[in-house]
Design a protein around this ligand. Structure first.
Ligand SMILES: O=P(O)(O)OC[C@H]1O[C@](O)(CO)[C@@H](O)[C@@H]1O
Length: 535
């Protein structure tokens, strides 16, 4: 625990220091920024100094991040509470063979990818038709990892979207599927049921609803269904022809799955060529992660900044703030990626963690967040590290002036968070406005910004498919590194099971088919009120 303790001591000793003062030394900006491919990652506006960085890098070395990463990339069963390999990286490094239990898994991955490409082309070109002709709309029904990735990516890559319209239904709330299907024509709609297990109650319920909706107008609705799943027996039982079933192995975790079949809706939207670029961007990030020294390694550095803030400085949450409207769903995607992966209180060996688990992740696109919750980030009592990201250029050349304003806002926020505004400065401003005496002091104090609030900035040229693939892979590996340092299994999700079990047991209670013996008083009261309100 010595490096850990050294870092705790270090955090204690530097927390009251002004981040801005670190810039008095030469080369703060370049010394605490790193570049790879299209990315510049600037972590200079944090309280990390050279000594801290050295300690953090040593921590990553001591925790065996490199060996664990190699074990992941080469197909070892590192998800050891489920006895599975973790090989989402194999879905985007199609030329590299990988063996699991002595068997090369890549021929099947490549064959499925080729089938996806062919199907996506057929849908886009109108060779695969609905009963009413060319497919105009694709409805992806899935939840969690079978929804958030493709939904986020389809929005992110909207400028490349030249295939049919894509819609994403996840919530078991009937409002979601109702409102989505309301504007669509069943005869020209393709429904993709995306579920690794093909048992998820929300997805299967919505899939049945979609099937009934289609059956009202289409003679053979199953013909307009495709499935993305590891469970071929269940997709067959649902009635989907195996020609339109795109399978994958259990070593693809749900929240890591959009690189393969779960990305089919994205591939149909943007086309196989742009989808290949998206994979290429991620594969480049994989190569960088495997090869670069920790001190120059973007995923490792992003993880170390995260660990520094959460475990050593005790900042419980982090805000992800893309100054990129098309990354509006990235915070939601990262919530699953980070919180389902590292929100665990027991380490690999079954012991309670002696430190915090992964952070609470949240966010919204800037500039909207500025007019909503930034108040608390700037002046609240808690410190919230911010992760800004922004493209130098947008996709709308005739709106370049708006993009400049967007970038200016992004850079200004990190500057404001770091610099703050002192009482003396605030007092001067208010004095010029005519305040004096006690009222001057009172008014000035409301206008003080404490500053020294840490942030990082990820800057990239433009949100192309390749850049976007790199960003997602960067975050995936960041989560991986944080998980290794914390000593937890980032690839299971037992914490979602209890609620699922209880919901299944409560459904008959709500319907009045079961008395709900043994339920607590609050739950019984709520059930009774729902029943009486429903009449
Ligand atoms: O793809 P499936 O099997 O329907 O699962 C959906 C989601 O449900 C979870 O298992 C959590 O309940 C996620 O990990 C997963 O992404």
């Amino acid at each position: 625990m010595t490096i850990w303790q050294d870092l705790l001591d270090k955090a204690q000793s530097v927390q009251s220091r002004e981040i801005a003062e670190l810039f008095e030394k030469d080369n703060r900006a370049s010394g605490f920024s790193r570049e790879t491919g299209p990315f510049l990652f600037d972590f200079s506006k944090t309280n990390i100094d050279s000594e801290t960085l050295d300690l953090l890098v040593k921590l990553a070395e001591e925790k065996g991040v490199a060996a664990r990463a190699e074990a992941m990339f080469t197909g070892e069963k590192i998800n050891d509470t489920e006895g599975r390999a973790v090989l989402h990286t194999a879905l985007r490094n199609l030329d590299t063979d990988v063996f699991v239990d002595g068997e090369n898994v890549m021929p099947e991955v490549r064959a499925t990818y080729a089938r996806m490409e062919a199907f996506a082309r057929d849908v886009r070109e109108g060779k695969f038709k609905g009963e009413g002709g060319k497919i105009t709309d694709v409805v992806n029904i899935g939840i969690g990892g079978s929804d958030l990735g493709p939904a986020m990516a389809t929005l992110a890559l909207a400028p490349y979207h030249d295939g049919p319209r894509c819609h994403f239904v996840s919530n078991v709330d009937g409002a979601h599927i109702h409102d989505t299907l309301a504007g669509l024509s069943p005869e020209t709609t393709l429904v993709i049921v995306a579920s690794k297990t093909f048992t998820t109650i929300e997805t299967m319920t919505n899939a049945e609803t979609a099937k009934r909706w289609m059956a009202e107008k289409v003679a053979d609705p199953a013909q307009q269904f495709a499935a993305l799943s590891t469970a071929a027996d269940k997709t067959a039982a649902f009635g989907i022809d195996e020609a339109r079933v795109f399978g994958f192995a259990d070593w693809v975790g749900g929240r890591y799955s959009m690189w393969g079949p779960i990305g089919l809706s994205l591939m149909i939207a943007i086309g196989p060529e742009d989808f290949a670029d998206f994979l290429k961007g991620a594969a480049k990030m994989d190569a960088h992660f495997r090869a670069a020294d920790y001190k120059d390694n973007l995923p490792v550095l992003l993880a170390l900044v995260g660990i520094w803030h959460n475990q050593f400085c005790d900042y419980a949450t982090r805000a992800v703030l893309p100054y990129d409207q098309r990354l509006a769903r990235l915070p939601a995607y990262l919530q699953q990626l980070e919180m389902e992966s590292n929100g665990k209180r027991v380490s690999m060996d079954g012991k309670n963690l002696p430190y915090n688990s992964g952070p609470v992740v949240w966010g919204e696109p800037g500039t909207n967040g500025q007019h909503a919750f930034y108040q608390l980030i700037h002046q609240g009592t808690r410190v919230i590290p911010c992760e800004f990201m922004v493209a130098a250029e947008g996709h709308e050349p005739d709106l370049a002036h708006q993009h400049m304003l967007l970038v200016a806002n992004c850079l200004a926020q990190s500057e404001a968070l770091m610099r703050g505004r002192s009482l003396a400065e605030a007092t001067e401003i208010m004095r010029k406005k005519g305040f004096e005496g006690d009222e001057l002091d009172r008014q000035a104090r409301h206008r003080v910004f404490p500053g020294s609030r840490p942030s990082t900035t990820l800057l990239y040229p433009k949100l192309t498919p390749e850049v976007f693939g790199g960003i997602v892979a960067l975050y995936e590996h960041r989560v991986f590194v944080e998980g290794v340092i914390l000593g937890i299994n980032s690839f299971d999700q037992w914490g979602v099971e209890l609620g699922k079990e209880l919901a299944l047991a409560l459904a008959p209670v709500l319907k009045g088919e079961d008395a709900g013996e043994g339920k607590d008083g609050s739950t019984r009261q709520l059930v009774a009120r729902v029943q009486s309100l429903r009449g």
